[in-house]
Ligand binder design. Structure first.
Ligand code: IMP
Ligand code: MG
Length: 200
């Protein structure tokens, strides 16, 4: 069945989004990070651990900018309810499929916000006997930090605004944007769409 182009409401040019970081700028920064990681981890066969779901696009581009042998794994985590968040306790929804004892781990995350999720995850991975645990994050909302999390490889510092795209979502929407944008109106963002049960 033919679909008239006029009926396609492009998410990429959605007026409820204000572009913050272009796809080109993201790719250029990733090439720099990839070169840095290739040098730092030469001869160490690092295991990149992507934090689902948000980091999957960043991981897929970053790994192709790293030219040394490496492995990848995924982990899915979710914060507990409001009162648990202050303790920084998180639930592992999907754990790693392999043991990481003696491995050089590079956690790949989309964004560090309060830092509560990451500080739990980094400690958890260290406790499994990894040789080293470092962090690569595409975005850093430093103004919101509650727990100090050292970011070894950072894409961009961003202001305290809710961003979507390039893997990051609002209620599971906008992950497919090839750039990072600021969501202007959160109510409008959900209009006319089926609701998702909140997970990660
Ligand atoms: P925190 O650092 O423990 O507060 O949690 C970071 C997680 O919250 C990220 O992995 C994202 O899933 C989510 N998050 C924080 N800020 C944003 C945002 O601006 N847009 C989309 N997701 C966000
Ligand atoms: Mg995340």
């Amino acid at each position: 069945m033919a679909t008239s182009p006029a009926r396609i409401m492009s998410e990429f040019s959605n007026p409820n989004l204000e572009p913050l970081i272009t796809g080109e700028a993201i790719q250029a920064r990733i090439r720099e990070l990839g070169a840095e990681i290739s040098r730092d981890y030469a001869g160490r066969n690092p295991l990149l651990i992507g934090v689902l779901k948000g980091a999957f696009i960043f991981l897929s581009d970053l790994m192709r900018a790293i030219e040394i042998p490496l492995g990848i794994e995924f982990i899915a985590i979710s914060s507990y309810g409001a009162e648990m968040r202050t303790s920084g306790e998180v639930r592992i929804l999907k754990d790693l499929d392999v043991a990481i004892e003696g491995r050089h781990i590079l956690v790949v995350e989309d964004i560090v916000d309060t830092g509560l999720t990451l500080s739990y995850l980094l400690a958890n991975l260290k406790s499994r006997g990894a040789e080293s645990v470092k962090l690569a994050a595409l975005l850093d909302k430093h103004d919101r930090r509650e727990k100090d999390v050292p970011i070894d490889y950072l894409g961009f510092q961003i202001p305290d605004k809710f961003v979507v795209g390039y893997g990051l979502d609002f209620a599971e929407r906008y992950r497919n944007l090839p750039y990072i944008g600021v969501l202007k109106n959160q109510e409008e963002a959900q209009m006319g769409l089926p609701m998702n049960a909140p997970v990660a």
